[in-house]
Design a protein around this ligand. Sequence first.
Ligand SMILES: O=C(O)CCC(=O)C(=O)O
Ligand SMILES: [Fe+2]
Length: 324
Amino acid sequence: MPSITTEQLEHFHEQGYLVVEGLLDPETVIDPVIREYEGVLDRLATELHAAGTIGSTYQDLPFQERLTRVYADSGKVHAQYFDFSLPQGNVQPETPFWAGPAVFNTLVNEALLDAVESIVGPEIYSNPVQHVRLKPPERLTPKNADTGLPQLGLTPWHQDNGVVLPEADEGEILTVWFSLTEASERHGCLQVLPGSHRRGLLHHCRRPVGLTVVENMLPTQTPVSLPMQAGDVLFLTQLTCHSSLSNVSDEVRWSFDLRYQPIGKPTGRPAFPGFVARSRANPDSELRDPAGWERLWRDTRDRMARKQEKGPFNRWHVEDAVCA
Ligand SMILES: O=C(O)CCC(=O)C(=O)O
Ligand SMILES: [Fe+2]
């Protein structure tokens, strides 16, 4: 059942974003995900220790501190190890990813899909553009040797339509972002430019911090910060300009960003696998098996590794004149 009120829906369409507080239950939805990732971190720490890359497995530390120490000690942010997506190039047969059952259960969570249904309609496809982002305290995050920037820091201003292929331009892809822990400004929460979704797709350029709206095209209004608690959910249109701040706290900012769209439309990332998350018209087509979802990603990894697929994954080119 659609669960967003008319006022909330109006806000979403007017402003290009909407925060729904307390949509996900921390105890029954978020805690199982946290427990699942504790196992993933344990495996990473054990592997790195066995390879002599880190001096301890730090097994007595709580998750956030353990993650930060493992990253710092190994000099590397192992983001791909935790992500439920694949890299956009150089995929290998052993490229790690995590598409576990607790993660899958959040993707098909009823309360979440009810809210998504309010915006996307009753035929809902899980678009494969999705990430877990474990953003460690910036002062403890290993730096990129070439740029001197933290290996995982702020996210620069962009529109999500800018990070996919033009095949998705005519459709509606909804971004769903939530944090598993507190995401205050100090933790590096999201920021939006309200109403920026009305300006169409802006030109993006590849910068050292990532793909970003070309500086002189970004609307000059004051950004709105969106501090959120675990269980609050943010919805963004595919054209809303957004970014995230640096994590200047002592804790990890731990978020999921997911995408949903109407069934049957291009996803903008055809190399990766989506699935039917909800279909009122054809409930039998819904994917309900977490192992089946994991297999979709494993098969995709094997195919991409075998064929050495290279993309493209977006439409922007380094040589674009406006990026000079
Ligand atoms: O979590 C972040 O820092 C950025 C998230 C984002 O850009 C997105 O969810 O589309
Ligand atoms: Fe984004």
